[in-house]
Design a protein around this ligand. Structure first.
Ligand code: ZN
Length: 343
């Protein structure tokens, strides 16, 4: 297998004529695809621009994916949540303290309806090639960093809605400890919303490709982080996944980790008959020697990566999460793509 798709995420949901220039720059950086990072505010406020920008990307020959970025703070990402602003309830609740958390409980009917409506609209109205489920996760009450965060003791969600549903299923109050049943319940509820929405999308737009991107963590016998999507095989074989993807890795991690995560991602994808995708960190941090990005892309390609993406366009230039040498990093990503892409 070879790398047949190279892409970058893009925050620029504003003016289609600006997006066209940026898309040309992506093409010049050997990108074949773009991931539109859509915040809840974009989805509420910039609907016409989303349509125009997706269409422009397709017209220019890019494959266009829609990323429900940070929605409800259930998906990864920095944008604030309108759902949390507009709803006083329906929040995830800490199992240990019973405190509400700054994350929507995606298991509640209220949030599910909200999310389904957004995705129905995108599937109906926006001419795109697919959707991207971006690091979905239960809130980690201790606020561990999403990139490498270790396992904590506290967990979510033990809100009234989840407790009621757990009791209906198991016949007793939801424990405060992560028992086998609690883990199973959380896995099932975490997948159910993604499977339901993926089926709805395909009923509207049959050829929509669904990429499910989980946190690139150990997930071993001894250490799992209990985000709800830790059983990669279960995720990959679900209706929420045509392409199994694992997220970026910090350059401060040993290179062996890059190899083992990529190997495991590809094995899981193969075993479950779906495509695979790996991500390169193209913001915030950079390796000392930027040519290491080219080496990493080659390593991923050698291991069998089909789709290779970087977060984000121009190394995050102009944001607080820009890499120190953001534009040079972006050029290195472009060089790396040029080396591994089989057109
Ligand atoms: Zn809940």
């Amino acid at each position: 297998m070879a790398v047949t798709e190279t892409g970058v995420s893009y925050y620029g949901i504003s003016y289609v004529e600006h997006a066209r220039r940026d898309f040309q720059e992506m093409i010049d950086h050997n990108c074949t695809a773009v991931l539109l990072a859509l915040s809840e505010f974009d989805l509420d406020f910039r609907k016409p621009a989303i349509k125009e920008i997706a269409q422009a990307g397709r017209e220019m020959g890019l494959t266009v994916y829609l990323d429900t970025w940070g929605i409800g703070k259930w998906f990864g990402g920095e944008p604030p949540s309108l759902f949390l602003t507009n709803n006083v309830g329906n929040r995830q609740v800490s199992a240990f303290s019973d405190e509400p958390l700054p994350a929507a409980c995606f298991n509640t009917t209220a949030f599910r309806e909200y999310f389904f409506e957004q995705c129905d609209w995108l599937a109906k109205e926006v001419d795109a090639d697919g959707f991207f489920w971006d690091e979905p996760h239960f809130a980690l009450p201790k606020g561990y960093a999403s990139i490498t965060g270790g396992a904590g003791d506290d967990w979510a969600c033990r809100c009234p809605f989840c407790r009621k549903q757990f009791e209906a299923q198991y016949g007793y109050d939801m424990p405060r400890q992560l028992t086998m049943e609690v883990k199973r319940f959380r896995h099932d509820r975490a997948l159910d919303i993604l499977e339901t929405v993926s089926r709805r999308i395909k009923a509207i737009r049959e050829n929509s490709k669904i990429i499910c991107c989980v946190h690139a963590t150990l997930g071993t016998y001894y250490v799992t982080e209990n985000r709800g999507y830790d059983n990669w095989d279960k995720v990959a074989r679900s209706d929420a996944c045509d392409v199994f993807s694992s997220t970026i890795l910090s350059y401060q991690l040993p290179r062996d980790f890059f190899r083992s995560i990529t190997k495991r991602t590809i094995e899981v994808a193969k075993r479950n008959g779906v495509g695979n995708q790996r991500w390169i960190m193209g913001y915030y941090q950079q390796p000392e020697n930027l040519d290491e990005i080219v080496d990493l892309a080659k390593l991923y390609a050698d291991l069998g990566t089909e789709s290779l993406f970087a977060w984000t366009y121009r190394g995050g230039h102009g944001t607080v999460l820009a890499a120190p040498r953001a534009l040079e990093l972006w050029d290195a990503v472009g060089r790396a793509y040029g080396e591994v892409l089989k057109r």
